[in-house]
Design a protein around this ligand. Structure first.
Ligand code: NAP
Ligand code: ZN
Length: 352
């Protein structure tokens, strides 16, 4: 075991502050990674502030961060895929049982024994897992991803969560050329959803509550932008969408989007507001529409997404910050004031 520098929060109203955390010495299957960048996902904010208390209560202290990129510094004797110096990523998962039918299908995100990167039982050291707001991490090689060499690292970090969480449902629901696809909310997930849906060839329409994001949405790959508070603009799209990806992090009117779906259209929630959403039965019944959800993605698909992003040169639009600005960044993220993902430059930990 060794000690690593990190940032943690001691409670739901406490700021994140410098600390040191234990990390295990690499076992034979482990990869030790020097973390270069870590994205700030809205899930980090929900977790740190214990907003999901009803479903997944936070245990403190918490070290968040599941959008990790870094360089391999050490590997265990049985590690085959990685070597010292490789550029790698770690997302929301660091372990699973590897034997259940979900794991066998490459769908580790559904494994009943999956272990999340932070705030989940740590099978090695006891206590809870600590995430990527830290200098280094030690992860089983099965949960380490290869980062294409052409990608900017600060912008590649958010692919580990925002990238896979949008790629997976877009692929699952058959988004291709000729499909009309909506993306609701232009934040970290939303802007990756736009880039990926555009790269898949779809006709992409962004729904935003922020009129000042219109130009950006078009630049990011949207074909049209609708300010969702404008009922007339919304009504023009009634009954026309094959698929809508809803990334909104707070309570909102889901029925106004259900009504935009064509027959047999689907809306998938990836946004995880703590409050429930009120669904009108008639919004679903009329067009035989469906409403579903989707969590992150499995390891195989995450690597596929990274390779896809490598081929299309897709990364997140990031504002790089030193870790000392993380609390300010959380306040701004809560106000949707980020274009479009904060990425923490972990070298800044050295000045602690
Ligand atoms: P984010 O960067 O804050 O983006 C959320 C966007 O939602 C905002 O930029 C804003 O877009 C819109 N929005 C915020 N408040 C709103 C409100 N009251 N009404 C309507 N629209 C609102 O967050 P993120 O990191 O993309 O994460 C989004 C959600 O996905 C979070 O709940 C997060 O926990 C969840 N998440 C889920 C998974 C999964 O596996 N399913 C993975 C990662 C994250 P506009 O300004 O364009 O309106
Ligand atoms: Zn996330």
């Amino acid at each position: 075991m060794y000690q690593a520098q990190a940032y943690s929060a001691a409670g739901a109203t406490a700021p994140l502050a410098a600390t040191t955390i234990p990390r295990r010495d690499p076992t034979e299957h482990d990869v030790q990674i020097d973390i270069l960048f870590c994205g700030i996902c809205h899930s980090d904010l929900h977790s740190v502030r214990d907003e999901w208390n009803e479903f997944a209560p936070t245990v403190y202290p918490i070290v968040p961060g599941h959008e990790i990129v870094g360089r391999v510094t050490n590997v265990g004797s049985a590690v085959k895929k990685y070597k010292h110096g490789d550029l790698v990523g770690v997302g929301c998962l660091v372990d699973s049982d590897g034997t259940c039918h979900e794991c066998e299908a490459g769908l580790e995100q559904f494994c009943p024994n999956r272990i999340l990167t932070y705030n989940a039982p740590d099978r090695h050291l006891g206590g809870l897992t600590f995430g990527g707001y830290s200098k280094s991490i030690v992860v089983d090689e099965r949960f380490v991803l290869r980062v294409p060499a052409n990608l900017d690292l600060a912008g590649a970090a958010p692919l580990m969560c925002a990238g896979i969480t949008t790629y997976s449902p877009l692929r699952h629901w058959g988004v291709t050329k000729g499909k009309k696809v909506g993306v609701v909310g232009l934040g970290g997930l939303g802007h990756m959803g736009v880039k990926i849906a555009h790269a898949l060839g779809a006709h992409v329409v962004v729904f935003t509550t922020s009129p000042n994001k219109k130009e950006d949405a078009l630049r990011l790959g949207a074909d049209e932008v609708v300010v969702s508070r404008n009922a007339d603009e919304m009504a023009k799209h009634n009954d026309t969408f094959n698929f809508i990806l809803d990334t909104v992090s707070a309570q909102h009117d889901i029925n106004s989007y259900l009504n935009l779906l064509a027959r047999d259209g689907n809306i998938t929630l990836v946004g995880a507001p703590p409050e429930g959403l009120n669904v009108a039965a008639f919004s679903l019944i009329g067009g035989r529409r469906s409403l579903s959800g989707s969590p992150i993605g499995g390891l195989r698909e995450t690597q596929e997404m990274l390779d896809f992003c490598g081929e299309h040169n897709l990364t997140a639009d990031v504002e790089v910050i030193p870790i000392q600005k993380v609390n300010e960044a959380y306040d701004r993220l809560a106000r949707s004031d980020v274009k479009y993902r904060f990425s923490i430059d972990m070298a800044s930990l050295e000045s602690e």
